[in-house]
Design a protein around this ligand. Structure first.
Ligand code: UDP
Length: 354
């Protein structure tokens, strides 16, 4: 079995690492392609080191740009490589734009297309990720779903039953494999943080950071939450650009984007997380840390029904009230089925037997 695995951006690396390792262990021949959506080393190189991910065998060098530019560049660079490699299967993960581009090229080739994290739906097509999810799933031959709601979406969209596999969550594979190492390291001490005494913020979705009015309202809410619980804020490069020279509220402490192990240590020690990230909703559920999602909907509803996540939107009053409640009453989470550290093994088993 000859597999090409593709990763393009920060949230992809922790999903690809366990899949690549499981395919290698199952005896597959693997090729790692970096589709190069972000070139910022802060959200790139450190992840290879932290996750023990080998250097990419091929780099598409597609850079950034508008949605259409990125899609076209990745497609144009990936097509000749795929022709040359002629694998049995191409494995894509998540919902970034490079995932869509690679899926479009693969669907018109001889190779099978496998999508890891299939079936997630927010219902909000104004997010590019949702469009990417819909198209990639429509084109995929093997769809690996992290939770029963994702299976239900695929079924409702008419995907044949035999293509859909409920395997659990590969991001949790990486989390469980690396948590011990992350928390044993000196990260919290180096940052002067005491576990259980601070909250963490991450923001990078265009709907939250690109509109200055929305961003100012969110900063106001964060400042009010920080009066009760000081916050650390690893600032994504996109958000740094949006913030410009705006001052952050008192007790909202900016940090550079953190490497994977440093971030896990900070997240695991937090009393509260406020975020618009998809991955953090899942990680906080497994870590048992209360999570307030600063969006109007989620494509990961099990993190609400079984985990520690609450969808609170962007209204400062609601955010502050939810934070106060979460600080008073920490949740009692339940880890969703299959979020057990072995999702990638189940994926490799399906791919190697097909
Ligand atoms: N993360 C990280 N450093 C940071 C912020 C996040 O390593 O400063 C990790 C986090 O633990 C999670 C992933 O990045 O595994 C989430 O990526 P991101 O929020 O960029 O994307 P999304 O999940 O929203 O697609």
């Amino acid at each position: 079995m000859d597999a090409v695995c593709v990763a393009a951006a920060r949230p992809n690396f922790m999903k690809v690492a366990p899949v690549l390792a499981a395919l290698d262990a199952a005896g597959a021949t693997t090729t790692l392609v970096h589709a190069g959506q972000h070139y910022d080393p802060e959200v790139n190189d450190v992840f290879f080191a932290d996750l023990g991910l080998r250097p990419p065998d091929h780099h598409l060098g597609s850079g950034s740009g508008s949605q259409a530019t990125q899609t076209a560049r990745v497609m144009t660079a990936f097509e000749p490589l795929l022709d040359r490699l002629a694998p049995d299967v191409v494995v894509v993960v998540g919902d970034v734009t490079a995932t869509l581009a690679v899926a479009l090229v693969t669907a018109k080739s001889e190779a099978r297309l496998a999508h890891v994290e299939a079936g997630l739906r927010s219902g909000n097509r104004s997010m590019p990720e949702e469009v990417n999810r819909l198209v990639v799933d429509r084109l995929s031959d093997e769809l690996f779903a992290p939770s029963p709601d994702a299976v239900a979406h695929l079924r409702a969209e008419g995907v044949p039953e035999e293509r859909v596999h409920l395997v659990g969550n590969v991001m949790v594979d990486s989390l469980l494999a690396n948590l011990g190492r992350a928390t044993a390291g000196p990260t919290l001490e180096d940052l002067g943080l005491v576990p259980g005494t601070y909250g963490v913020v991450t923001l990078h979705r265009p709907a939250n950071v690109d509109d200055p009015v929305v961003l100012d309202r969110l900063l106001d809410a964060l400042g009010r939450v920080a009066e009760r619980c000081p916050l650390v804020f690893p600032v994504h490069p996109r958000t740094r650009a949006a913030l410009g020279d705006r001052p952050l509220p008192a007790d909202v402490r900016p940090l550079p984007p953190l490497g994977y192990l440093d971030f896990l240590a900070v997240e695991a020690g937090a009393r509260l997380v406020l975020t618009d990230s998809g991955g953090l909703q899942e990680e906080t559920t497994v870590l048992g840390v209360p999570c307030l999602t600063l969006r109007d909907e989620t494509e990961r509803p099990v993190t609400v029904t079984e985990g520690t996540n609450e969808i609170v939107g962007r209204d400062p009053e609601r955010i502050v009230a939810a934070a106060e409640a979460a600080l008073e009453r920490p949740p009692a989470p339940h880890r969703p089925e299959g979020w057990d550290g072995h999702a990638a093994d189940r994926i490799a088993e399906v791919l190697c037997r097909a």
